[in-house]
Design a protein around this ligand. Structure first.
Ligand code: GDP
Ligand code: IMO
Ligand code: MG
Length: 424
C-alpha cells in the first residue's frame, strides 16, 4: 500500500486535475484536503470537458471513493451544482462521494466580504477568486465558523447564524457602506442545502481510519500550488490554506506517516492568476501567445492567467518544502513552436544573486531572472506517447530541468486529453 499526495509546484493550475484522473485508476480513495470553490481542476475525456471545484478529480472512475476532507471550506450550493452537472452527464456519485462533517461552510457573507475586502485594498488587492475562501478560513481560525455538523442542530444553527450575520451586518453597514443581508433568507437557503447534502455527510475521520486499516490506497489531491500556500507562498498574495503536502495530514485527519509518496506537478512554463510577484513573467506578444496556445484562462473565474518562463528557483523551493519524490511536467506541447526556451536558474538584485526563493516580496519584485537558454524543438509533441519519441531538444529541455531540480520527471503531458501523456 502506497499513498500518494499530488501537489502543485507553482502558482496553481499546473494540470493537477488531469493527472489525478489518470492516477485514480490505481487508488481506492481520492481525497481533497484544503481549499474550496477557488480550485478549478479540468479533465478532458474524448473531447468532453469536466471542471471540478470541490469534488475530487477521481469521481469519473466508478467504484472509487471520493472524499471532501475536514480541511475544505465547502459552499453547499456549489457542491450541489457539481453533483447535478455530473448526474446530467450520467456520472453516479451516490455511495461513493463523502463530505466531512467537520468541514467549514462557506456562507453568502463570506463571499460578500471577500469582494468588499478586495475592493477596499485597492491597488494592494490579492485578486482572489471571490469564492469566500479567505473570510471562511478567517472565521474558522477565529472560532466563529459554522461546520457542516452544526447545520443539523436546527435551533443551535438558527441562533448561531442569526448572531453571526448580525455581526457581519455591522461590518457591512458601518465599515464597508454596503447592504446588510437577511439571516432568515440564509437560514432557509442553507437548511434546504443541509437536507440535500445529508446523504454525503459523514465522519470522514472514521472512513479514512478504516480505509487505512484495510490497506486501501489513498490519493491526496492538492488544490492551488505551493507558491500559493499561506505559509510558504508569496504571502500575502496567497490563498488561505496549506496547499503544500503538509496540509494533507491536518486536512484529512490522518497521520503524516500515511503519506508515503509526494508527486509534484509543474507546467513546462509557469502561470499565475491574480496579483503578486512573478519574476519570470513574460508580457507582450510572447506572453499573449503562450496564454492563447495554452488556453490560460482561469477554470474558476475565466480570468486571463499571467504567463512566464519556467522558474527553477521557485520550483526548487516547492520541491524542498514537499520533499517531492517524483514530478510530472504538463503542457510541454504549448512550447512546441518556440525557437528558444528559457529556464530561470537564479535571481539577480544589484550585486546579490538568489538561488533560493526569498520571503521578501520587495526582493522578488525587483529581482531580474538569470536565464539559461536552450534550443526549442519546433515539432508537434501532442501525439507522442513514449519519451524516446520526443524531439531531441524537448528531451534536452526536460533533462535540464530534471538536473536543476535533482528530480525525475516520470510523466509528461502533451495535451489536455486524458490519453495525451508521455510515459517514461
Ligand atoms: P489544475 O487546477 O491544476 O487542475 O489545472 P487547470 O485545470 O486549472 O488548468 C490546466 C489547464 O490546462 C486545463 O485547461 C487543462 O485541460 C489543460 N491541460 C492540462 N494538461 C495539458 C497539457 O499537457 N497540454 C495542454 N495543452 N493543456 C493541458
Ligand atoms: P487550482 O486548484 C490558481 C489564487 C487567486 C488569488 C489567490 C487567493 O485550480 O490550482 P483565494 O480565492 O484562494 O482567496 O485567492 O490565489 N488562486 C488560484 N490560482 N489556481 C487555483 O486553484 C487558485 N485558487 C486560488 O487567483 O491570486
Ligand atoms: Mg485550476
Amino acid at each position: 500500500m502506497t499513498n500518494t499526495c499530488v501537489i502543485g509546484l507553482q502558482w496553481g493550475d499546473e494540470g493537477k486535475g488531469k493527472i489525478i484522473d489518470i492516477l485514480a485508476r490505481d487508488y481506492d480513495i481520492i481525497v481533497r484536503y484544503q481549499g474550496g470553490g477557488n480550485a478549478g481542476h479540468t479533465l478532458v475525456i474524448n473531447d468532453e470537458k469536466y471542471v471540478f471545484h470541490l469534488i475530487p478529480s477521481g469521481i469519473l472512475h466508478p467504484g472509487k471513493k471520493c472524499v471532501i476532507g475536514n480541511g475544505i471550506v465547502l459552499d453547499p450550493g456549489l457542491f450541489l451544482d457539481e453533483v447535478a452537472e455530473l448526474s446530467k452527464r450520467n456520472v453516479n456519485v451516490n455511495g461513493n462521494l463523502f463530505i466531512s462533517d467537520r468541514a467549514h461552510v462557506v456562507f453568502p457573507y463570506h463571499k460578500k466580504l471577500d469582494l468588499l475586502i478586495e475592493k477596499q485594498k485597492g491597488d494592494l488587492m490579492i485578486g482572489t477568486t471571490g469564492r469566500g475562501i479567505g473570510p471562511c478560513y478567517t472565521d474558522k481560525m477565529a472560532r466563529n465558523g459554522i461546520r457542516i455538523t452544526e447545520l443539523y442542530h436546527k435551533e443551535h444553527f438558527k441562533m448561531k447564524l442569526e448572531k453571526t450575520i448580525e455581526e457581519k451586518n455591522r461590518l457591512f453597514v458601518n465599515l464597508y457602506d454596503a447592504e446588510p443581508i437577511s439571516w432568515k433568507e440564509v437560514y432557509e437557503e442553507y437548511s434546504a442545502y443541509a437536507d440535500k447534502i445529508s446523504p454525503f455527510v459523514c465522519d470522514t475521520i472514521e472512513l479514512m481510519a478504516k480505509a487505512i486499516s484495510d490497506n486501501k490506497r489513498i490519493l491526496f489531491e492538492g488544490a492551488q500550488g505551493t507558491l500559493l500556500d499561506v505559509d510558504f507562498g508569496t504571502y500575502p498574495y496567497t490563498t488561505s490554506s496549506n496547499a503544500a503536502a503538509c496540509g494533507a495530514s491536518s486536512g484529512v485527519g490522518i497521520s503524516p506517516k500515511q503519506i508515503h509518496n509526494v508527486l509534484g506537478i509543474m507546467k513546462a512554463y509557469i502561470t499565475r492568476v491574480g496579483s503578486g510577484p512573478f519574476p519570470t513573467e513574460v508580457v507582450g506578444k510572447l506572453g499573449d501567445h503562450i496564454r492563447e496556445k495554452g488556453g490560460e484562462f482561469g477554470a474558476t473565474t475565466g480570468r486571463p492567467r499571467r504567463c512566464g518562463w519556467f522558474d527553477v528557483v521557485a520550483a526548487q523551493h516547492s520541491v524542498k518544502i514537499n520533499d517531492v519524490d517524483t514530478a510530472v511536467m504538463t503542457k510541454l506541447d504549448v512550447l512546441d513552436d518556440q525557437e528558444t526556451v528559457k529556464i530561470c536558474t537564479g535571481y539577480k538584485s544589484g550585486k546579490k544573486i538568489y538561488h533560493s526563493f526569498p520571503a521578501d516580496l520587495d526582493a522578488l519584485d525587483v529581482c531580474e531572472p538569470i536565464y539559461e537558454e536552450v534550443p526549442g524543438w519546433m515539432e508537434d509533441t501532442s501525439k507522442v506517447r513514449n519519451r524516446d519519441d520526443l524531439p531531441k531538444n524537448a528531451i534536452n529541455y526536460i533533462q535540464t530541468i530534471e538536473r536543476h531540480l535533482r528530480l525525475k520527471i516520470e510523466m509528461i503531458s502533451v495535451g489536455p486529453e486524458r490519453l495525451q501523456v508521455v510515459r517514461t
